[in-house]
Design a protein around this ligand. Structure first.
Ligand code: MF3
Ligand code: CO
Ligand code: CO
Length: 273
């Protein structure tokens, strides 16, 4: 596999897919309150995708060695790191949940993003984890420009996260995305500055750090998908899909309901098209 560079038509396709992926999160947000089940979130997400003329990239998704993924979205609660399968258990006050939405447009372009949701009032530790993970994602995004290296992205995230006494999950990473869900390059959320793939305008990839309060170790559950922290500590994740532009980056998965961009983001080229 090699890294695909998107031309103008590809960029237009990616902008559309990613905007819709973000709008799906906007539309489900008011419903994510105590008592809702993650299966309800799954159904609401699927309905929103259909209203926008898109479909889920995750349902039936089956990489080699995996069973087909059953959900229209991933819903990862508390100590679940990623790939949580929607279930009929209600969310309760104090839970944190990541909802990860990936859509495919009629033209075959993929848009991938996730956000954290706090159910009612959550602990100070949980709120801090979600906020620091959000900032970590944006610090990684801020490294993106032609000539930068993927190691710069990983390093920015790792340094910040570990500096706050949290840990970076190593087994899962961001990824190139386009007319395939997961393509090259792998975008690690740790690394050394000046190493790794050099970024070129027209690349599109995700940045999606998974951050644990406790140790970084994970384990897979018997369902073949759900990943949890080995020490059962809380885990958070945020995800955007970004485009490398001639002068920096454009975050493609932004919409009216996206949480405010952190103050430290000076704003290179992430305005809406
Ligand atoms: N959306 C996830 C990602 O960010 C992948 C989910 S694959 C699934 O890459 F099969 F678990 F849905
Ligand atoms: Co992704
Ligand atoms: Co995702």
């Amino acid at each position: 596999m090699s890294i695909t560079i998107k031309d103008d038509a590809g960029i237009a396709g990616m902008r559309e897919a990613c905007r819709i992926a973000s709008q799906v999160l906007d539309e489900i947000t008011p419903h994510i309150v105590p008592g809702i089940t993650t299966l309800d979130i799954d159904r609401l997400s699927a309905e929103s995708m259909a209203r926008h003329g898109t479909r889920s990239a995750t349902v039936g998704y089956q990489p080699p060695g995996y069973p087909p993924y059953p959900g229209h979205v991933c819903t990862s609660v508390n100590h679940v790191v990623c790939h949580g399968i929607p279930a009929d258990k209600p969310l309760k006050k104090g839970d944190i949940v990541n909802v990860d939405v990936t859509v495919i447009t009629e033209d075959g372009w993929y848009g991938d993003n996730s956000r954290m949701f706090e159910i009612g009032e959550v602990s100070i530790a949980a709120r801090r984890l979600c906020a620091l993970t959000f900032d970590a994602m944006w610090l990684g995004i801020e490294q993106v420009r032609p000539g930068a290296r993927l190691g710069d992205v990983g390093h920015a995230i790792q340094k910040f996260v570990e500096g706050h006494g949290l840990s970076v999950v190593r087994e899962f990473c961001g990824h190139g995305i386009g007319q395939r869900f997961h393509e090259d390059p792998q975008v690690l959320h740790y690394g050394k500055p000046g190493t790794g793939e050099e970024l070129v305008a027209g690349m599109t990839f995700t940045i999606e750090p998974m951050i644990n309060i406790g140790r970084r170790d994970i384990k897979e559950m018997p369902d073949g998908w759900t990943i949890v922290t080995r020490d059962r500590s809380l885990s958070a994740q945020w995800e955007h899909t970004v485009l490398v532009t001639p002068i920096g980056y454009e975050v493609l998965t932004l919409s009216d309901g996206s949480p405010a961009t952190p103050d430290f983001v000076k704003g290179m080229a992430h305005a809406a098209a």
